[in-house]
Design a protein around this ligand. Structure first.
Ligand SMILES: [Zn+2]
Length: 304
């Protein structure tokens, strides 16, 4: 299954405070040509370009950052989730500071931004990574696993289990596409516990966090109003995973089961998938070369 590459129809911008830095930044999404991929561009640093790829992942505490040398851009996952869920493969994400604005803590403002610009198919295709055997990464009882599927889509099953009266056990199953993401996942907000705030602020995190951009929980309940979904927490974990999967650089086809994971485990999973898929593709290329040199039909095993 081959897919068309896609970009935006027109540039669009949004601005706001960074969840961890507390610094106000502007992010502009600019259409690009086929094959340029998703890349962050620091407009305040002479347009320094950092491709949105696993190899550029830096920090993973509480959010995903990507960077190169001493330069980084933080909290990229909600914006990337909206971009890849919309099927966009080629886009410059121009930021004038160190962190993508958090806006309301969900991906919905980014979805609205993308919808306002509209998307456009490019005259080029992209081949998804199709899973051929089970891959699993684990940390104690936390894991992310993917298995092959006969479908052409990515299925995600996610479980969380927080020892907190407002969360507890939640699970969600989703077949990922633009519509299901927008309806079921995009609006789910990030969440944080009051008991962690002091520790996080001491580590230079959560400086822009507030009741405006985060579900805040004390030891008993949510302290800032109604939830958007009763199981908003697990939905947000799915959102985070979709954003972290963007760092594969290609769409993914398979059945994911994730349990109690977070950015660090998502990132190890992405690295494992990239390593395995490189092996599969190298061995397939060798087979093609062998069958071509022995005079057999070289198209055998080619996937559509
Ligand atoms: Zn998040």
């Amino acid at each position: 299954m081959t897919m068309h590459r896609k970009t935006l129809n027109a540039p669009v911008a949004i601005e706001g405070i960074g969840l961890h830095s507390g610094i106000y930044t502007r992010v502009e999404l600019r259409p690009t040509s086929a094959g340029s991929g998703l890349a962050f561009v620091r407009s305040d640093l002479d347009g320094l370009r950092i491709p949105a790829h696993q190899s550029n992942t830096t920090a993973l505490d509480y959010a995903t950052s990507i960077g190169r040398d001493d330069v980084s851009i933080g909290t990229v996952e909600h914006l990337l989730a909206a971009i890849v869920a919309a099927g966009i493969t080629d886009l410059d994400i121009v930021v004038d500071g160190t962190e993508v604005p958090i806006i309301d803590g969900s991906a919905l403002p980014f979805i609205h931004l993308i919808e306002a610009a509209g998307t456009r198919e490019l005259d080029a295709t992209i081949e998804p990574i199709r899973i051929r055997e089970t891959i699993e990464v684990r940390d104690g009882d936390k894991f992310v696993r993917i298995e092959p599927t006969r479908s052409d889509h990515l299925q995600i099953r996610y479980n969380v289990d927080f020892a907190h009266p407002a969360i507890g056990k939640q699970s969600m199953k989703l077949e990922l596409n633009a519509e299901s993401f927008t309806k079921k996942v995009a609006g789910a907000r990030t969440f944080g516990f009051l008991r962690d705030v002091e520790k996080m602020r001491a580590a230079g995190l959560a400086r822009g966090g507030s009741v405006e951009n985060c579900i805040v929980l004390d030891d008993h309940r949510v302290i800032n109003g109604a939830l958007r979904y009763t199981d908003e927490f697990v939905r947000h974990k799915v959102l985070d995973l979709v954003g972290d999967l963007a760092l594969l650089g290609r769409p993914l086809v398979g059945e994911i089961s994730a349990s109690r994971a977070g950015h660090a485990l998502h990132s190890r999973f992405v690295a494992a998938v990239l390593e395995k898929s490189a092996e599969w593709e190298a061995s397939e290329n060798r087979q093609h070369a062998d069958s071509a040199s022995s005079g057999a039909y070289a198209t055998a095993g080619r996937q559509e």
